[in-house]
Design a protein around this ligand. Structure first.
Ligand SMILES: Nc1ncnc2c1ncn2[C@@H]1O[C@H](COP(=O)(O)OP(=O)(O)OP(=O)(O)O)[C@@H](O)[C@H]1O
Ligand SMILES: [Mg+2]
Length: 198
């Protein structure tokens, strides 16, 4: 497939199960290495990047929302958000502020002391979303990030992404099958058997 994703756009990717959506996101998010073909990030060919540069992009510039959330089970919702911020070298005040802002944005501030096992599927998904937003990344990559949410909550989350994109603070790439989510997109890509069909 050949595609480019513009800065400050919101792009959705759809396609049948097993068509390669997660694989594409993992490549775009520097989670899987590019083995064949070419990929560029902000005009730099990934083939010319050092591993340390790719790690830095993944750490500071990309907020990933995984299909299976990947929350740390022994941490509370708040700790799941703050842990990754602490690793970015932010001050405790900044970490607290970002935790509060992002957990409030997803409507989970009052549940901040609960561990993932004490949260519903949709609440866990919202913790994963808060963790990605709190990083203030250049790009959010979300694998079905609203898949476990009711329509109203999904709309609220999309409203947050939409606003950040309009303020030119974020680019968003999401896999989804939900027409409500696709309505927010500047582009809808459709994949079949690893091939971009539209
Ligand atoms: N780690 C892996 N090793 C080998 N094959 C894999 C691996 N991960 C995925 N695949 C295969 O690659 C293809 C694409 O998988 P992928 O997870 O990208 O699909 P998807 O479009 O995200 O599907 P879903 O909608 O079910 O999440 C599938 O045939 C899958 O079996
Ligand atoms: Mg997938």
């Amino acid at each position: 497939m050949s595609l480019s994703i513009a800065k400050h756009s919101l792009v959705t990717i759809s396609g049948p199960s097993g068509s390669g959506k997660s694989t594409l996101l993992n490549l775009l998010g520097f989670i899987e290495p590019v083995q064949k073909g070419e990929m560029a990030y902000q005009s730099t060919n990934v083939a010319h990047m050092k591993q340390s540069q790719m790690n830095a992009i993944r750490k500071f510039q990309i907020g990933f929302i995984f299909q299976q959330f990947h929350l740390i089970p022994v941490f509370t919702a708040e700790e799941n958000v703050s842990y990754f911020l602490a690793r970015q070298g932010l001050t405790p005040d900044e970490i607290n502020l970002r935790c509060r802002d992002s957990l409030e944005a997803v409507g989970l501030w009052q549940h901040r002391m609960k561990r993932p096992s004490e949260l519903s599927g949709g609440q866990r998904q919202r913790v994963a979303i808060a963790r990605a937003i709190a990083k203030k990344p250049e790009v959010i990559i979300g694998d079905e990030p609203t898949g476990s949410l009711d329509q109203q909550t999904g709309k609220e989350i999309m409203g947050i992404f939409d606003q950040l994109v309009k303020q030119k603070e974020l680019s968003v790439i999401l896999t989804t099958h939900d027409p409500m989510v696709q309505k927010y997109a500047h582009d809808n890509l459709h994949i079949q058997d690893g091939v971009l069909v539209t």
